[in-house]
Design a protein around this ligand. Structure first.
Ligand code: SAH
Length: 258
């Protein structure tokens, strides 16, 4: 089924980044500018990214999977350059796999151009490192179960036993449940936690607290959705150990010790 013309013109799944139109990759930007058809996730992707593009534009918010694939397949049959634009990075809660499976069935090739996930944009908004030496070296991307179930072995309660940094997507509307699970799983009540709504957008909002008070602070704020929850000791203020990487007394492949 796959012919040369198809291989040269794959459907491009592109990470739009978290919101700020300057946080898309150069490759992603070029693909948008050269596209004939763009299907974007209108509920989350900043429409400013589409200003000035030549392509016909579809908003996937009101489309089901069948409709999305039909639009792609028809345009692909005409040899058009197609972009499927996802918020953040497409590999994280992007629902790209189901689209790829349908494209496989149709013999249509595709390629992914990654993007800046909102988890990382939120860490940037807080000026934090998620992997602090001697505090934690692990980052977990997860969510509270809601309409989409989470396997029991990956419940927040179970993950809390690991105790690293967590980036919790799609869950701010259930903040009380999130706090209850994390606390039951072993995070102390004074563990720092922050909620970043619309990271990198002009109306970005940040709420910081501890597991003890964050739920009340979020309820008192205007934050309702499109927010990232970051939690863990890595968010704590104060001095921590310095890494070996830049330690003057430590040599490695690229540097001799002083
Ligand atoms: N692929 C996306 C995530 C899509 S799921 C990514 O990599 O970021 C949608 C969830 O992502 C939202 O419920 C919210 O938790 C988070 N999110 C998306 N954009 C965000 C932003 N600008 N600021 C904070 N959280 C965001």
């Amino acid at each position: 089924m796959k012919n040369m013309a198809d291989m040269e013109n794959p459907v491009r799944f592109i990470g739009a980044g978290p919101g700020d139109p300057e946080l898309i990759t150069l490759k992603g930007r070029r693909a948008l500018d050269e596209a004939d058809l763009i299907i974007f996730a209108g509920s989350l992707v900043n429409p400013a990214l589409l200003a000035g593009v030549q392509a016909r534009i579809f908003d996937s918010a009101g489309m089901n999977l069948d409709e999305i694939i039909e639009v792609i397949a028809r345009a692909h049959g005409r040899g058009e350059r197609i972009v499927r634009l996802h918020t953040g990075d497409p590999a994280i809660y992007g629902a790209i796999r189901e689209q790829m499976q349908r494209l496989d069935d149709l013999g249509i090739s595709y390629a992914v151009i990654p993007g800046v996930s909102s988890a990382l944009a939120s860490a940037a908004a807080l000026n934090v490192e998620l992997t602090v030496p001697e505090v934690t070296q692990t980052v977990i991307f997860t969510r509270q179960s809601g309409r989409t179930p989470v396997p029991e072995a990956e419940s927040l309660r179970r993950l809390a036993a690991i105790g690293g940094s967590m980036c919790i997507f799609l869950s701010v509307s259930m903040i009380e449940k999130v706090v209850a699970e994390l606390t039951a799983g072993g995070y102390p009540e004074d563990t720092p936690i922050a909620v970043v709504e619309k990271a990198t957008w002009p109306d970005q909002q940040v709420v910081r607290g501890t597991l003890f008070d964050i739920a009340a602070k979020v309820k008192a704020s205007a934050i309702r959705k499109t927010a990232m929850i970051l939690v863990g000791r890595a968010l704590a203020e104060g001095k921590t150990a310095e890494s070996k990487l830049y330690d003057a007394g430590f040599s490695h492949e690229y540097r001799r010790k002083a």
